[in-house]
Design a protein around this ligand. Structure first.
Ligand SMILES: [Zn+2]
Length: 275
């Protein structure tokens, strides 16, 4: 995949790159650099996210259980509604995969695997995981990583084509790059920020703030060699490091909201299709 991407990047280098000074062209380049560094707007973010979600869903389908999907959407939308990006078209889905993972797509689509839901014990844990992913969308972590990668690999005008023309070859490359990111992972600082912000969102929405730490403890207890957690461990800091960072920066907040509900009964009833 990486090799293919390299080929694509090479193919994008204009074969007609010349050294003659053509003023129009220089001006164009300046304009394109402007576009490449400019913030991708919300409409573009949502459109890119839709394409990425479709691509990801081509690789794994949703668990065919309406009750489970409705429940996860209910919890996720409640969490998202209490954030500064409440009006994004938030959607949550449980992927029919035995591995343990969760990921956020720009624009507000969030997936969690059946394998991870099966390891949870209550709604506060689900809320903790969804809040971590919501935090990635709020902070545009994936979008910024895609934009940074596109600046390096797509010429400036190719990025603006990718954004404006959803049927262009440049768009297909952008989406490939974006979906590949889920096997490479984000920067560690983005993950730790999402843990902290996720804890705040879950607490703000009335959940025991220790939901996410509890899931991290479950992960920590698993064998890192287990193929079910291999991708999660490869793309995230180790659970011990995440727990340490949370304790370091968030202990007072976590403690203050540790008595809030965990809702184990509701979780068990609504999420039983994942077990
Ligand atoms: Zn994350």
């Amino acid at each position: 995949m990486r090799f293919l991407f390299l080929l694509l990047a090479l193919a994008l280098t204009p074969a007609h790159a010349q050294f003659n000074l053509n003023l129009d062209r220089i001006l164009d380049t300046v304009k394109n650099v402007g576009k490449a560094t400019k913030e991708i707007d919300e409409k573009e973010e949502i459109a890119i996210g839709r394409d990425m979600a479709a691509r990801l869903l081509g690789a794994a389908s949703l668990v065919a259980d309406a009750r489970l999907q409705r429940y996860v959407n209910h919890v996720g939308r409640w969490l998202a509604s209490q954030t500064e990006r409440a009006d994004l078209p938030w959607q949550f889905g449980v992927l029919d995969a035995p591995q343990l993972n969760a990921f956020a797509v720009p624009g507000g689509t969030i997936f969690v695997t059946r394998g991870l839901v099966a390891k949870m014990r209550n709604e506060a844990e689900l809320a903790g995981v969804l809040s971590h992913e919501i935090a990635h969308v709020l902070k545009k972590h994936h979008l910024k990583a895609i934009q940074k990668g596109a600046q390096v690999s797509l010429a400036g005008d190719a990025l603006s084509t990718a954004l404006s023309d959803s049927r262009s070859e440049a768009r297909a490359k952008l989406i490939s790059f974006g979906t590949e990111m889920y096997s490479r992972g984000l920067d560690k600082s983005d993950e730790l920020e999402a843990d902290r912000l996720g804890g705040v969102i879950a607490a703000r929405c009335g959940y025991d703030a220790y939901g996410l730490p509890a899931v991290l403890q479950t992960l920590q207890a698993m064998n890192a060699e287990d193929s079910a957690v291999a991708l999660m461990f490869k793309t995230h800091p180790a659970p011990a490091e995440r727990l340490e960072s949370l304790a370091d920066k968030m202990q007072p907040t976590l403690d203050a909201y540790s008595g809030q509900p965990q809702l184990p009964e509701r979780f068990t009833a609504e999420a039983k299709a994942a077990k």
